[in-house]
Design a protein around this ligand. Sequence first.
Ligand code: HEM
Length: 393
Amino acid sequence: MSHSTDGLLEAFDAWIRGPFVDLNCTLEDLYWVQDDRTNVEGIGDALKERLLTEGRNLIAPILERWNGCSTPQEAYYLLGNVGYYMGACRRHEITLESRETESPLVEASALATKLGLMLGVAPRLVTSQMQYLNLAKNGDDRSFTRRKDEVFFVERNSMGQLNYLQAADSLARIEPLGLSHPLSLELLSQAEAALSRIVTSNVDLFKNLDVDRFFYCVRPYVKSYRVGRQVWRGANAGDLSAVAEVDLRLGLCSASDPFYLGVLAEKAPYMIASDQPRLASALQCFSLLDQLMAGAGAKEKWVGRAARAMLPVYDHVATIATQHHDMLVSRFIQKPTMTLLDKHMQTLTASGMEFTALIADLQRICDLRTGKQSDAIGSRHSDLGRLRELAAG
Ligand code: HEM
């Protein structure tokens, strides 16, 4: 028997875009005025109950009556809406993965898992649903609070992603032409322009995002949460193949490096399904740096002009990596977290260890992108030095 979800998806979407946002905002206001802004326990319990039940009452009939006939886009969009709900429940600690072994959001977990399996993606809210694929209706995209700090953060992350997509696309188009092709200079210049826009956008984020508002009122919505029994880690702006495509096509990171491959394998479920063939293609490419080194070894005539076009691209990638680590992660996460950890050192040692490991991994990726001199990580330090000489000479 075929069932119908007529009107149910629309009703859920209207709730996510309306009452859901209002509930989150009211709760944020209650948390914000406390001495300890991290505390959510015992605050606004009636509002949390409303959030939990109103969401459940909209999701349960969808789960029951969904006929599975929607397009993949519709399914992905619905997964995003369920993800907003589950992300908010985690933020308000209606669910807490350290307290439970199974999510109490039974219907939401089932629907998210079903959709995730059908689409071949993680069953949680991911960056594309919040950022570069976030559908606006009447000018407003989906949001937890629609407040200026969240809107600004999402917008800058989306700008970064759209520009990564453009850079990755330009670099991919060099592959069939070969680096010695004159058109590759134009493609490198397009990639350079896109990456330079990320540099500018990151500066804007660094200068204009409010540290406390971000740390206490935005970041908590993108934390890890449990779907059914499994914990899915928090969303981050790097979960798209374009970032890896740039790394691999430039040759800064290697498809033979188990560390970097591990980063990609971990990230894969958080990407949209159509990213997988793009990533697969980048994993098999003959990188630009390798092409340049081969041409230089053979003293071919195109090498100098290609090196001059490549250098600013590599410089921008290094700048973006340094900005991300030394400006964004440091200012908006590392410093505020360390302050908290110091305060609660007794109870939070485990999270402290985990956090230190996360920062160390981010540093290692940054070192690869900047070509830091280090045999231990397999950076392209000496080839980047050669690139600089070829560009100069
Ligand atoms: C306030 C701004 C930002 C902060 C605080 C921030 C923080 C972080 C943190 C802590 C991670 C580690 C993973 C995690 O915790 O989930 C991460 C990963 C990542 N972020 Fe950001 N981020 C910011 C903005 C951006 C922007 C604008 C981009 C550009 C698109 C970006 C790109 C990435 C990438 C690519 C990764 C994966 C690791 C890597 O490949 O470098 N982030 N970010």
